[in-house]
Design a protein around this ligand. Structure first.
Ligand code: RB5
Length: 145
């Protein structure tokens, strides 16, 4: 299950990403915002997404605000969440290969639709690099929470 969340800054891109995922057959839970509200607060949409991601190791989260920064800061407050802010496809790939990230954060005001779709696709299909050093490093990160 893919859990999706976005504030007003991510509103337009969240819709695009949601439709893109559904066309591919992914099961998507949209955690809001469900309406456009220029004064909404991005942390409100982070909590349901991280709860969904934590419910099953196979689940993933996609968080979209204006920059992706606020969403990534908020998501990384939660144990078990490795949220990566990505600005290009290489970041999205490496977030999985080296960091075993389970949440991808995107900036709706800075990404074109095609790039965002490509980043999401790569994030959802890339496995962790099997070299144990990457897992060891991320376990050390988790242990510091
Ligand atoms: C909202 O204006 C904007 O600050 C928010 O979407 C996000 O970019 C925060 O990090």
């Amino acid at each position: 299950m893919i859990y999706l969340g976005g504030d007003h800054g991510g509103w337009a891109l969240k819709k695009v990403v949601k439709e893109h995922l559904q066309k591919q057959g992914y099961a998507v839970t949209d955690c809001g915002n469900s309406v456009f509200d220029a004064d909404d607060n991005f942390p409100d949409f982070v909590l349901p997404v991280v709860q969904g991601v934590k419910a099953d190791p196979a689940n993933r989260g996609l968080l979209i605000c204006g920059t992706g920064i606020g969403m990534s800061i908020a998501a990384n407050h939660h144990a078990g969440i490795r949220a990566a802010l990505a600005t290009n496809v290489d970041y999205a790939r490496l977030a999985r290969q080296h960091n075993d990230a389970n949440v991808l954060c995107l900036g709706g005001r800075f990404l074109d639709e095609a790039s965002a779709k490509q980043m999401v696709d790569i994030f959802l299909t890339t496995a962790v690099d099997p070299n144990p050093k990457y897992q060891q490093r991320m376990h050390a990160v988790d242990g510091s929470k």
